[in-house]
Design a protein around this ligand. Structure first.
Ligand code: ADP
Ligand code: ADP
Length: 226
């Protein structure tokens, strides 16, 4: 069974031109799947369709083998990390991290245990009581990661999670995310316009151009063709 399956998916905003055009792809459980392509080619739209934040205009979407086109985002077993991290400024790091568990009505003691475990894993233990504005960019990025993985969702979607970091931190976080993904065995669908990220992190890369699949394959196949 596939983690995610897109069949002939089209998307247009306001019935204008297609920004996603007949996309067919299957993503394996535990796969690190990277979506690349120029700005405006439809990467975010495709990710948001999988997340349930946008409706598809035609075609179908399956998550874990089940039709998901009309499931609300909260009913899809997935988590998401946004480019701007989307942290709650008035909440502490701990409350930001456990937000997804509060929604699921998990008990306080268990919530704290999970939070401590994940904070430890991501080097956030000393920052749990702070507000996001008192963190560096890299620390904020890790809070967003922690918030996504604490829910134990088998599928995680990331939309350019490293693009606000400086080059050195980006290199470090590339390795960290890859390691985390392997350790947790999660399916990761990762949007980037950074070729180095795509090459070093992805099991498979899908290149989109004007909403259509231009190429799909292992990094070595995608980047070694003339
Ligand atoms: P990418 O993530 O590859 O930069 P997007 O998915 O954000 O591409 O955008 C694909 C196309 O759809 C672009 O032409 C963009 O302007 C358009 N688009 C994205 N979101 C909307 C929206 N909410 N309403 C109308 N057009 C949109
Ligand atoms: P990205 O970094 O993915 O390219 P953008 O900066 O293009 O994102 O878009 C940011 C937000 O604006 C998204 O929520 C997207 O859906 C929306 N958006 C993008 N293009 C348009 C558009 N032409 N009309 C309306 N909303 C848009």
């Amino acid at each position: 069974m596939y983690a995610v399956e897109l069949n002939h998916v089209d998307k247009s905003y306001d019935n204008k031109q297609l920004v996603v055009n007949d996309v067919n792809v299957t993503i394996e459980p535990g796969e690190f799947f990277v979506l690349v392509g120029p700005s405006g080619c439809g990467k975010s739209t495709l990710l948001r369709i999988i997340a349930g934040l946008e409706e598809l205009s035609a075609g179908s979407l399956l998550i874990d083998g089940k039709r998901a086109d009309h499931l609300p985002p909260s009913k899809r077993e997935l988590s998401m990390v946004f480019q701007n991290y989307a942290l709650y400024p008035h909440m502490t790091v701990a409350d930001n991290i456990t937000f997804g568990l509060d929604v699921k009505k998990i008990r306080k003691k268990q919530r704290k245990e999970k939070c401590d475990e994940i904070a430890e894993m991501l080097g956030l233990t000393d920052f749990l009581k702070r507000k996001p504005r008192h963190l560096s960019g890299g620390q904020r990025q890790r809070v967003a990661l922690a918030r996504a993985i604490i829910t134990n969702s088998p599928i995680c979607l990331m939309d350019e999670p490293l693009s606000n970091l400086d080059a050195k931190l980006r290199a470090f976080m590339r390795a960290e995310i890859k390691e985390l993904q392997r350790k947790l065995g999660m399916t990761l669908i990762y949007v980037t316009h950074d070729q180095i990220e795509a090459m070093t992190m992805g099991d498979r890369i899908m290149v989109l151009n004007e909403g259509a699949i231009q190429q799909i394959g292992r990094p070595i196949d995608v980047y070694n063709t003339p």
